[in-house]
Design a protein around this ligand. Structure first.
Ligand SMILES: [Fe+2]
Ligand SMILES: [Fe+2]
Length: 234
């Protein structure tokens, strides 16, 4: 029987919130959820807790009629990734989730917190690209498509674009006159670009890579998977 905890923290002092949430979720196992009610937007509390818990938490937030913030928290992974592509697709989702939080926090005018998550997002991008460039693209050659374009070259070009835009956004948080209005349009452009890129990558490059890896001996596959996990986690 899965446990569904509910806990009302609307009367808890802000300085104790993070600890209170931690006690609610610390024994939560995979598949379980904890529902927590907050008086204020809990995004910052949950992000800061999540950084301590190695990004192991996910949550959905909704508003109650009384104006409280209802949060359903669960563990990030119900099952361990099964292979290289499973872990890369999950990493896409994780990066998307971090980037959505940057957008959310920027909209709420929490620029300091948004900036911190933006920096973590860039770190995550670098690890992700390290897997795709240094491990997979180096090991597997992709033939040019019908238009004569090598999909790997196109992917790398898009990665450069994503990284450059991300760094530009990170810097724009640093400007003295940074506001939600100055940063939001840049975030919106990158959000669209990023999701198109991930979609294209999963539809065009991953199948070629999967085909190549499937032909490799089991021991090679297992070693590659470990290397990918280690690079993403490191
Ligand atoms: Fe990717
Ligand atoms: Fe990519």
């Amino acid at each position: 029987m899965m446990s569904e905890q509910y806990c009302d923290l609307t009367a808890t002092a802000p300085s104790h919130l993070q600890t209170a949430v931690f006690y609610e979720i610390k024994d939560m196992t995979r598949g379980e959820t904890a529902t927590v009610l907050f008086a204020e937007d809990p995004a910052i509390t949950l992000h800061s807790l999540n950084l301590q818990l190695r990004n192991n938490l996910r949550w959905e937030i909704s508003r109650t009629d009384a104006g409280h913030w209802l949060t359903v928290i669960h563990r990030a992974e119900d099952v361990a990734p099964v292979d290289v592509f499973d872990s890369l697709k999950r990493d896409h989702k994780r990066l998307d989730a971090m980037f959505s939080q940057v957008i959310h926090l920027t909209d709420q005018n929490h620029l300091v917190e948004a900036h911190a998550i933006m920096r973590a997002f860039i770190e995550g991008l670098r690890k992700h690209f390290a897997v795709e460039h240094d491990i997979l693209a180096k090991a597997i050659r992709t033939p040019p498509n019908a238009m004569g374009i090598d999909p790997t070259a196109a992917m790398m070009q898009e990665h450069n674009e994503i990284l450059n835009q991300s760094i530009m956004i990170e810097l724009s948080f640093d400007e003295d006159d940074a506001t939600s209005t100055s940063v939001s349009p840049l975030l919106a452009i990158l959000a669209g670009y990023l999701s198109k890129h991930e979609y294209r990558e999963e539809a065009t490059i991953f199948p070629i890579w999967i085909g190549a890896i499937n032909k490799a001996p089991e021991a090679v596959k297992a070693a590659l998977f470990q290397q990918v996990l280690a690079t993403l986690a490191d």
